[in-house]
Design a protein around this ligand. Structure first.
Ligand SMILES: Cc1ncc(COP(=O)(O)O)c(C=O)c1O
Length: 448
């Protein structure tokens, strides 16, 4: 047998021989069942002592690469087949030419320079302990900064000790579902199917909660309700003051929890934003916010302001989930808020998205009716046949959201609409996206 064992020069003799044998077995040069040379022979060929070869064989027998049996010598073991296929990467779906799908802001507008400055400043002044495990609720710097920001910008009663920083809104929803310990959770219908799935996967059972022109109704017998009061997703309506009152009374009467998803509350264009529901009932509402719309989903930074009785349980569940959210991003966001760079960025975005919404309404003109308030990064455009418009949109390289994807139980007779995410395209692509949308509507004559 000609082994061609390449024993590397820097290795000790025994370690080098072990490595060379291992490699030869792994890459198939030594086939399963093949008999290895006797120790004396290999020692002679390699110019090493017999003990060195024997020790190397013994080691590889111990590791399972070789077998040694009295009478049949040392042989190559049959290794379990190696899985050579790499785990599948989540392939990015082929990007459409024009993208008006809801969900993301214009990530091209991420304030990279301001973020870098904030990160540099935060890292420069961070104590060494900032690099250690920390409080599961998150960095006190960020909780303090958010406490002030949420109070003045959203009317949230948010003492730092009741704030828990999360990996986006979605983790907050998952943690709360787990803490509630299952049971029925009412969720808006229509609403985001992904969030319904998150609740189910964490033990909740989802009950539909009807939405009309005044926002979500009042649930029946549930432990919790998840609502988007400032700007219902996807219909775009705001929760009527009477409904707000009814919902908080419902929660108080039953000791139920209202989960307030304030995902785009900073973006109101026609007037001052309506304050968060949490301000009316801090003991009944878990307020959840996120940096996904104001900065970018990639940061995975969200926050929850909890009623006092839930703080310890949520912090404990967070601890056993991921210790805490990554600290440096938290410090950078705290610095961004404290230096007012966050407010400046939000103001600039508000102007940009407001202009985009105006351009959308202009371009649609009399073609279509847009439902909901002047807010957020998406608009619901009513059509009479969403399937046909989507097919024409695809033909023009345009992807756009579909109201039909948001019902708990899709079916005939549902209102039809397009969920137009006007925040998504890069600035230069927006005009083309609007053009493609207008053409799709014209070709189908589908707009109401
Ligand atoms: C209705 C709604 N809530 C919350 C979020 C934010 O989720 P996250 O903070 O997990 O990115 C989004 C983002 O698309 C959303 O559409």
């Amino acid at each position: 047998m000609d082994l061609h064992l390449g024993v590397a020069a820097g290795d000790g003799r025994r370690a080098g021989l072990e490595r060379a044998l291992r490699d030869a077995v792994r890459d198939g040069r030594l086939a399963p069942g093949e008999r290895l040379p006797a120790t004396r022979q290999l020692a002679g060929e390699l110019g090493v002592s017999r003990n060195t070869v024997k020790a190397a064989y013994d080691q590889l027998v111990a590791e399972g690469f070789l077998t040694a049996r009295q009478g049949s010598g040392t042989r190559v073991a049959a290794l379990p087949p190696v899985e050579t296929r790499a785990p599948r990467e989540r392939e990015p779906a082929r990007a459409p030419r024009f993208d008006l799908r809801p969900g993301s802001p214009d990530v091209g507008a991420f304030p990279a320079a301001a973020w870098l400055r904030a990160l540099r400043s935060a890292v420069t002044s961070a104590p060494a302990l900032a690099y250690d495990y920390g409080d599961p609720r998150g960095r006190i710097e960020l909780r303090t900064a958010l406490s002030g920001y949420l109070g003045r910008a959203r009317g949230v009663v948010a003492p730092p000790e009741r704030i828990v920083i999360t990996s986006g809104y979605v983790q907050g929803l998952a943690l709360l579902t787990r803490v509630l310990g299952g049971g029925p959770v009412a969720m808006e219908d229509p609403g985001l199917p992904f969030h319904r799935e998150v609740v189910r996967r964490h033990g909740g059972s989802v009950v539909p909660l009807e939405v009309d022109g005044r926002g979500a109704g009042t649930p029946g017998d549930c432990r919790a309700v998840v609502v988007t009061p400032a700007h219902q997703y996807p219909t775009g309506v705001t929760l009527h003051p009477e409904r707000r009152r009814a919902l908080t009374e419902w929660a108080r009467a039953r000791g139920a929890l209202i989960v307030e998803d304030d995902y785009d509350g900073e973006f109101r264009y026609d007037r001052q934003p309506v304050g968060a529901l949490q301000g009316m009932a801090p003991g009944q509402v878990a307020y959840l916010g996120t940096a996904s719309k104001t900065l970018g989903p990639a940061l995975r930074l969200g926050w929850m302001v909890l009623p006092p009785h839930l703080v310890d349980a949520v912090a404990d569940t967070k601890l056993h989930s991921d210790h805490h959210t990554e600290s440096l991003g938290q410090l950078a966001l705290a610095e961004l808020i404290d230096s007012h760079a966050y407010d400046r960025h939000v103001r600039a975005c508000r102007l940009r998205y407001r202009r985009r919404r105006d351009r959308l309404l202009d371009r649609l003109g009399a073609r279509a009716r847009v439902r909901g308030i002047a807010a957020g990064l998406h608009a619901l455009v009513q059509v009479d046949d969403e399937e046909r418009v989507l097919a024409r949109a695809r033909a023009h390289g345009l992807a756009v959201g579909r109201l039909g994807d948001h019902w708990h139980t899709p079916g005939a007779g549902r209102p039809q609409g397009l969920v137009v995410g006007y925040g998504t395209p890069r600035e230069g692509a927006y005009g083309g996206a609007l053009e493609a949308l207008a053409r799709a509507l014209d070709e189908t004559g589908s707009a109401l």
